[in-house]
Ligand binder design. Structure first.
Ligand SMILES: [Zn+2]
Length: 229
């Protein structure tokens, strides 16, 4: 527990939230605005959120991590569960959404675990939607067709993981403001990412050894049957 230092971030007075980035954050921070603060859940959705809440409470009760739990649902059934285990593992990316994605992927895309010859098309591909600006005609399906239920607003890492997973929809309960008030820096990260590299809280140096960095991209671009994901 002594290593749990998110509190420091909250103490720096950065309790402002994302102004124009994630729609979720915008909904949360504009209290009194037209967007509803609360959404009505169906009976089935109540079950999914109850499971996410149960996982979150268990993580706290057992000292495994922060108060976050998630479930991934396909066709009305839970296909992946995750809970925050950052304190148990000492791994900062052991978040509920990420682990739920790993579990669901192992279940729905088991072939990817069995081989490395991805050019044989182990992952199911889906075409880009009509009118999509995507430059690639098809990508791996991943978790398309699934929804994720989280007890709290996803952090930027988890929201990005959800994008990579191609999950159809996100439902969450508690807001980024709730997370901030509990000492977590999710909202600050959303805000920091909108700044230019040189103004971010973590120093970023782009373009280092730029030419040699092209080799891997050229290798990818020349490879036949590239499996886009
Ligand atoms: Zn997260």
């Amino acid at each position: 527990m002594a290593r749990f230092t998110c509190e420091e971030v909250a103490d720096q007075g950065r309790r402002r939230f994302l102004a124009g980035g994630a729609a979720a954050a915008t909904l949360i921070t504009t209290s009194g605005a037209s967007a509803p603060a609360h959404a009505e859940a169906t009976a089935k959705q109540k079950e999914f959120m109850a499971e996410a809440n149960r996982l979150a409470v268990e993580a706290v009760d057992k000292g495994w991590g922060g108060p976050f739990g998630a479930v991934i649902v396909q066709d009305g059934e839970i296909v992946g569960r995750g809970q925050n285990r950052v304190l148990l593992t000492g791994c900062p990316v052991y978040h509920a959404e990420v682990t739920a994605i790993i579990e669901a992927s192992a279940r729905l895309n088991p072939k990817t675990l069995m081989g490395s010859d991805y050019c044989d098309g182990l992952l199911e591909m889906i075409p880009r939607p009509a009118g999509s600006p995507d430059i690639v005609a098809s990508r791996a399906k991943m978790l398309a067709g699934c929804e994720i239920y989280v007890n709290g607003a996803p952090c930027p890492m988890c929201m990005s993981a959800i994008y990579w997973s191609r999950i159809d929809r996100v439902y969450f309960g508690a807001s980024l403001a709730d997370a901030t008030n509990a000492g977590f820096s999710d909202a600050f990260q959303y805000e920091d990412f909108q700044k230019p590299y040189e103004k971010r809280s973590i120093a970023v140096t782009p373009g280092l050894e730029y030419q040699s960095s092209q080799i891997a991209f050229q290798t990818w671009n020349k490879r036949p049957n590239r499996h886009y994901y």
